[in-house]
Design a protein around this ligand. Structure first.
Ligand SMILES: Nc1ncnc2c1ncn2[C@@H]1O[C@H](COP(=O)(O)OP(=O)(O)O)[C@@H](O)[C@H]1O
Ligand SMILES: [Mg+2]
Length: 304
């Protein structure tokens, strides 16, 4: 595909007897924000490391900007990547760390678009403080500032909120939001469905090294596609819901029912239940998102 920034075709990777990636194919085009979603051990990191030339594929084609990926191939300077733990010199300021890292490649710091990177990272005056004094979330934002130096055309982020507390996770999500508003092209891995749902436009679901599903977030996991309900009489609700033309399927799930709504509206469903004299105790999209993910993974548990 001519416009593809990333083109992966038939990628497989063996580590001894372990097949970490199994015939995996996908493309990323400009300004798309793809989530690579899967439980731990699915093969996400391996895929991203191969894309960055850090690991060799056992089989398949991996191209960036329409040229094959090899270790230190020239296209990699157009990519800002966070696929390993970002390391900084603790007794130097955030700013000095950025400058030394940039100049280590022989480039002029004046050409790095520092202001653009700092505007996204939003570290404020803390950029002048020693990294030793940074919280985990601030270090992660400094990592983002670093990968944004030189205005990369593609961002590759491996579980960018791993190890952060909820407040820090929200800050990183907002940061990624600022990037996507600027039209960034992003490939981001995560084992949290909600994260992918909040920041990505498209999603690849991966498990046991294989592609399980792909499409837009709303196609795959969007609210409205399925809904979790709890009522006072589950068996009767099952009968009522199964008869609705907008309902594609009903499953008993926990204390309630998981309803595949397709194009129907949640309010129609609520009206039908109430109209049949049932008491509606819970109706939520949230619960069902995790269920949809679990469904895509064919029963495998998601490890958090
Ligand atoms: N360097 C390695 N040597 C041996 N096995 C590995 C190596 N890297 C990853 N694996 C294995 O490959 C599989 C996929 O791992 P990984 O790509 O890290 O998954 P994820 O990032 O989705 O958690 C796992 O079974 C993991 O144990
Ligand atoms: Mg990983």
């Amino acid at each position: 595909m001519a416009d593809a920034i990333v083109a992966v075709e038939g990628l497989s990777k063996h580590f001894g007897p372990v097949l970490a990636v199994d015939d995996f194919s996908f493309t990323v085009e400009r300004s798309q924000v793809w989530g690579l979603l899967g439980p731990n051990g699915a093969g996400k990191t391996t895929t991203l490391r191969i894309l960055m030339g850090l690991e060799r594929p056992s089989r398949g084609n991996v191209r960036l900007f329409d040229a094959p990926v090899t270790p230190s191939c020239p296209q990699l300077v157009r990519v800002g990547a966070m696929v390993e733990q970002a390391a900084f010199v603790p007794h130097l300021s955030g700013l000095t760390n950025l400058r030394l890292w940039w100049e280590a490649n022989g480039a002029r710091f004046a050409d790095a678009d520092l202001d653009g990177a700092l505007a996204v990272a939003a570290l404020g005056d803390a950029i002048h403080r020693k990294v030793r004094t940074y919280s985990q979330g601030m270090k992660q934002r400094l990592g983002f500032a670093r990968l944004l130096l030189g205005r990369p055309e593609l961002l590759v982020l491996d579980e960018p909120t791993n190890g952060l507390d909820p407040g820090e996770i929200r800050e990183i999500r907002e940061l990624i939001g600022r990037l996507t508003l600027q039209g960034a092209t992003v490939l981001l891995s995560s084992h949290h469905l909600t994260e992918v749902e909040q920041v990505c436009s498209d999603v690849l679901v991966m498990n046991h090294g294989r592609l399980v599903a792909s499409g837009t977030v709303s196609e795959l996991i969007g609210a409205g596609s399925s809904v979790y309900v709890e009522v006072d009489d589950r068996e009767r609700a099952y009968t009522v819901l199964s008869a609705l033309p907008t309902v594609a399927g009903v499953l008993l799930q926990g204390d309630g029912l998981l309803v595949d709504l397709r194009d129907g509206r949640r309010s129609d469903l609520a009206n039908a239940l109430v109209g049949a004299g049932l008491r509606l105790e819970t109706i939520s999209a949230n619960q069902n998102l995790e269920d949809a993910f679990l469904g895509l993974l064919d029963g495998d548990r998601v490890v958090s």
